[in-house]
Design a protein around this ligand. Structure first.
Ligand code: GLY
Length: 359
């Protein structure tokens, strides 16, 4: 029977990036994915690389900023390793905060924009007198990124098993020796749970995540009626891609594993976008979808040792999985390979909710 040095459970952007990083460090890695690589939360994600203090939990700020800084190099490396493009865009973000007074806070790193400056940056925005700020935050196309990350992992020699659900860790207690799936068993002395909203369903896995549904839609714009920047308001966010697609998101719903779309909800998001940028009325809706973010009880990811020798958890990134992929891969690979982790991961310990915690 073939054996590996490490098994990564889940082929979303976190699992794919970490698997490549471990393989690069000399481990032979297998990824087991219950569906198709990159087809769950990573596929549904908007791809904003948002690390601004206003919207980032304080405990996550250092990692968020570190990961945002890693992105240009990370995106380039994934493109080179895969021969594919990921549409990293660095035009920046225009944020309309709910409460304009936050712009005076010293930790807020944005540049305040007067309405004439907003129009100069984005002639199609009808911002009126709303307070706005420019942030140097980019975006990436998560579908392109995960497809490229999967190809890069394949080319690096990572093995894939798709359409198999990991049901439990082996053995039931003590140091892990592998996993049991719906199709068989795989042996390895290291197992990393990157299974997102499904991470808590692995027997013995101790990874309490829960699904947080997000509905989104996509318009097809032209250079005349579209946007160049990411635009965020309390009602909706708009994310342009270089190919003319413009994403409008997103809801935050506690709906279990339901991924159905609700027309009324999508209409509300669409209306919010049209109020913000009226020329989007000219643009057809080309797609809508719903995805399941991996939430945790305190909104922070689960990163670290999983309570058994050889078992690690890297999941629960909630709204920030795309942003946090490079830093997660780097820190988890260092931890797994016994190196200094560079950042204190104490706040993200998977054991912080206690043994056997469920959400
Ligand atoms: N990262 C954006 C969202 O979760 O909606």
């Amino acid at each position: 029977m073939k054996t590996w040095d490490g098994i990564v459970v889940g082929a979303g952007i976190i699992g794919l990036t970490l698997a490549s990083e471990l393989q690069r460090r000399g481990m032979r890695v297998l990824i087991v994915e219950r569906g198709e690589p990159g087809r769950e939360a990573s596929w549904a994600a908007g791809g904003m690389l948002a690390d601004c203090a206003l919207e980032t939990p304080q405990a996550l700020q250092t990692l968020a900023t570190a990961s945002a800084r890693m992105y240009p190099g990370f995106a380039r490396a994934v493109e080179e390793a895969s021969g594919m493009t990921v549409d990293l865009r660095q035009q920046g973000t225009i944020l309309f905060p709910e409460d304009g007074t936050v712009l005076q806070q010293p930790e807020f790193a944005g540049r305040v924009l007067h309405s004439s400056a907003v129009i100069a940056l984005e002639p199609n925005l009808a911002a009126g007198n709303r307070k706005a700020v420019y942030l140097a935050e980019g975006s990436v196309d998560p579908r392109a990124l995960t497809a490229a990350a999967a190809e890069a992992a394949r080319r690096a020699g990572v093995d894939f098993r798709r359409g198999e659900t990991v049901t439990g860790l082996d053995p039931g207690d003590g140091a892990v020796t592998g996993v049991t799936t719906t199709a068989g068993t795989y042996a390895a002395p290291v197992v990393v749970n990157c299974a997102g909203a499904w991470a808590g369903q692995i027997r013995g896995g101790q990874a309490p995540t829960h699904p947080v549904k997000g509905q989104m839609l996509c318009l097809l714009t032209t250079p005349a009626n579209g946007l160049a920047h990411v635009v965020r308001t309390p009602e909706a966010y708009l994310i342009p891609r270089s190919n003319g697609r413009l994403l409008i998101g997103a809801t935050l719903e506690d709906a279990g594993f339901d991924k159905q779309m609700v027309p009324k909800t999508l209409e509300r998001l669409h209306r919010a976008a049209l109020t913000l940028a009226p020329r989007l009325q000219e643009c057809p809706v080309v797609e809508s979808w719903a995805g399941l973010r991996p939430g945790t009880r305190d909104g922070l990811p689960l990163l670290g040792a999983g309570g058994r020798k050889g078992y690690y958890i890297a999941t629960g990134h909630y709204r920030d999985g795309i942003l946090l992929a490079p830093v997660t891969a780097r820190l988890m690979a260092r931890l797994i390979c016994g190196e200094d982790c560079e950042h204190d991961l104490g706040a993200f310990s998977p054991m912080r909710f206690g043994e056997g915690a469920k959400l």
